[in-house]
Write a protein that binds this ligand. Structure first.
Ligand SMILES: Nc1ncnc2c1ncn2[C@@H]1O[C@H](COP(=O)(O)OP(=O)(O)OP(=O)(O)O)[C@@H](O)[C@H]1O
Ligand SMILES: [Mg+2]
Length: 137
């Protein structure tokens, strides 16, 4: 399905755009209202981290289909990537309450909790790529 979208993240207004596009795509894919809200919240957190910690980056959203003939899983994939400073210790950054600025430190663990799959690849000085998936129930 041709549902790929890319949203440039440069400022706070772009967070709203990414969240709205995520909502639309999730609705289009047939997620229930509760899941649409969870997906939008997870997008919001990773987009906000781009603005807060990397200044700019992008969010890519795609529909997922595994298997065929209606037997397979369907879902949504969100990739948030930037070429910002990167994360020195990813395990530490994933801990609830850990923040390098005065945040609550709940963004990353929250996003992981809201989605079914969550992966971070980050390299100091190179940037960060977060890949998250949620499957339809
Ligand atoms: N895209 C990113 N680039 C560089 N560092 C990041 C990025 N995203 C998160 N981090 C690092 O991981 C830490 C934890 O992120 P998290 O979103 O959990 O908390 P926060 O952004 O500090 O606060 P909150 O999201 O609760 O307002 C951040 O403080 C920051 O050091
Ligand atoms: Mg955050």
């Amino acid at each position: 399905m041709d549902t790929d979208t890319s949203t440039e993240i440069n400022s706070a207004v772009d967070i709203v755009t990414a969240r709205q596009r995520g909502r639309s795509l999730a609705l289009e894919l047939g997620f229930n209202g509760a899941d649409v809200t969870l997906i939008a919240a997870a997008i919001s957190e990773v987009a906000r981290n781009i603005v807060d910690h990397a200044k700019k980056g992008e969010i890519l959203m795609t529909s997922l289909a595994v298997g065929s003939n209606g037997t397979g899983k369907r879902g949504i994939q969100i990739i948030a990537r930037d070429e910002g400073p990167g994360i020195r210790d990813v395990a530490q950054a994933m801990q609830y309450g850990y923040s390098t600025r005065k945040g609550l430190g709940v963004g990353l663990p929250g996003a992981k909790w809201l989605m079914d799959e969550f992966d971070i690849a980050s390299e100091l000085g190179r940037g960060t790529t977060i890949t998250m998936k949620k499957w339809k129930r």
